[in-house]
Design a protein around this ligand. Structure first.
Ligand code: BEZ
Length: 211
């Protein structure tokens, strides 16, 4: 069975461009974005890893560490790194796992035989500080991911962890949120600003401060 939301992210040790790591020790108390890409020296992957490097300040602000994985060896990752820096405009600033024996890729079910060869598809796992898997995404090899969406969903997860709210369709930071169905409208008015009941089950509120 694959990895499901709420599961503990399986631990592993692996060689990376930053040396050997134990995944849980490496992320120790941080959020993590663990994502696979099919292969080094490929165009879509080069743009994705460049974008990830450029987002480091945004990830740091949110307490998030990024880490990539592919089945290529560490020498290949190191040889590819200058291309990522030149194309994306930011030097590689996060580790890339080398997984030539497929141990990490198989642990996280990142190789999908129907998607061509035995390289990894574009998987994303967002993992919280308690090592719980909070979001999974799987994209085909031919389609690059939207890393703004990855940052957006981290913002949504971090806010909904802090207050009894949910985020509506297309939510972005600064937009109104939805009060949890478990909370009465009366209680919501005590707790949140700008509560508006449009249906008994749909109450808007201003996003709680500090989220
Ligand atoms: C790419 O990164 O461009 C790519 C890699 C594998 C298959 C298709 C595209």
């Amino acid at each position: 069975m694959g990895i499901r939301l709420g599961d503990v992210a399986p631990n592993f040790t692996a060689d990376t461009t930053d040396g050997k790591i134990d995944f849980h020790q490496w992320k120790a108390g941080s959020w993590a974005v663990l994502f696979s890409h099919p292969a080094d020296f490929t165009p879509v992957c080069t743009t994705e890893l460049g974008r990830t490097a450029a987002l480091k300040t945004e990830f740091d602000k949110r307490g998030v560490k990024a880490i990539a994985v592919s089945v290529d060896p560490v020498d290949s990752h190191n040889n590819w790194a200058p291309d990522i820096a030149e194309v994306g405009g930011t030097a590689l600033n996060f580790p890339i796992i080398a997984d030539p024996d497929h141990s990490v890729s198989e642990l996280y079910d990142m190789i999908h035989p129907g998607e061509g060869d035995t390289s990894t598809v574009r998987s994303v796992f967002i993992i919280d500080p308690a090592n719980k898997v909070r979001l999974t995404l799987t994209y085909p090899k031919s389609v690059g991911r939207n890393f703004d969406e990855i940052v957006r969903v981290i913002d949504a997860l971090q806010m909904t962890d802090k207050a009894p709210v949910s985020t509506p369709v297309d939510w972005k930071p600064g937009d109104r949120v939805i009060v949890s169905p478990a909370m009465s409208t009366e209680d919501a008015k005590q707790k949140f600003d700008g509560v508006e009941e449009v249906r008994p089950y749909l109450r808007w509120a201003n996003a709680p401060a500090g989220s």
